[in-house]
Design a protein around this ligand. Structure first.
Ligand code: ZN
Length: 294
């Protein structure tokens, strides 16, 4: 297992900067007056400063404390004379549509995940970009590349509309959060004996992590519905493993079978917290399962 495998799904920071995203999005605005007005409100030096502040905050995991527009607060002026709706439209009307020049940036951001959703550790295929902090509450970041995360449909729809206002509930940011959230194991599972056995997933972060860090992975796990989604995947996958034990691996002792399962888990080129790796690890550690079925 190479180091690259461990680090999978912590995505590289986007190479597209905010100035480029703004320029391309505003290139798609039909009216020259509207376009000029937009560019006068957020000039390039402005954009560099806004992006630097965003990154600093994202790296320090303090985006929860950035002032936000309250939901239901109407359409306030957010920056210069730009309203919330001007900025959210910049994304929906000038960044996403296929015929707009900024669409190539949208597609470029989407492919950085190599098709695998970083939020659920590979269950889903990347279908969309998700705003880490919602554009309705943080409209200034509507086309900020560092705020646009490639993800699958399920993660996009599981996500709550409201972004956490406390550190403890802040989900993981695949571009900016500490590498340990992606390198170290914090998902665990237990085997519930039965016919068929059931794999139950839970959160078990390293004891040396801070309370806030432990709470954050728990929040991420809950927000994306991972206990249930991992359980469904495992339930569908397990019959094949049991079948192999009954046939090809019939002669293995429980200990040999446990070693086989552990090796299988360790050799998978999947993220360390991927449901399948955790499933094989939990099976390897379970005495009942390793002796079952003869
Ligand atoms: Zn996902």
């Amino acid at each position: 297992m190479g180091e690259a495998n461990n680090r999978m799904r912590r995505l590289p920071t986007p190479t597209i900067d905010f100035c480029t995203a703004l320029t391309e999005a505003t290139n798609g605005i039909g009216s020259a007056v509207t376009q000029a007005n937009f560019r006068a409100q957020i000039t390039n030096p402005n954009a560099v400063a806004i992006e630097a502040a965003f990154r600093t905050s994202a790296q320090a995991a303090t985006l929860y404390s950035v002032p936000r527009i309250a939901s239901g607060a109407g359409d306030p002026v957010v920056h210069g004379s730009l309203r919330k709706s001007d900025l959210t439209k910049l994304y929906t009307q000038y960044f996403v549509p296929k015929e707009k020049p900024a669409r190539r940036l949208y597609d470029q951001l989407k492919i950085t995940a190599n098709g695998k959703c970083p939020l659920c550790g590979d269950i889903g295929h990347v279908r969309t970009l998700d705003h880490y902090v919602p554009k309705a509450n943080f409209p200034l970041y509507s086309v900020m590349p560092g705020n646009l995360i490639p993800c699958c449909r399920d993660c996009n729809s599981e996500k709550l509309d409201a972004f956490s206002a406390t550190l403890d509930r802040q989900t993981l940011h695949p571009y900016f959060d500490d590498a340990k959230f992606f390198n170290e194991q914090w998902v665990a599972a237990r085997v519930i004996a039965g016919a068929p056995p059931v794999i139950e997933y839970y959160v078990s972060p390293p004891a040396q992590w801070s309370l806030a860090e432990r709470n954050r992975v728990a929040a991420h796990f809950t927000e994306y519905g991972l206990a249930e989604r991992f359980g469904v995947e495992a339930g569908a996958d397990l019959p094949e493993t049991i079948d192999t034990r009954r046939t090809t691996l019939h002669g293995f002792s429980p200990l040999e079978y446990s070693d086989y399962l552990r090796e299988k888990s360790e050799n998978m080129s999947l993220p360390v917290n991927n449901w399948r790796r955790i499933m094989f690890l939990s099976l390897a550690n379970d005495n009942w399962f390793c002796a079952y079925p003869h």
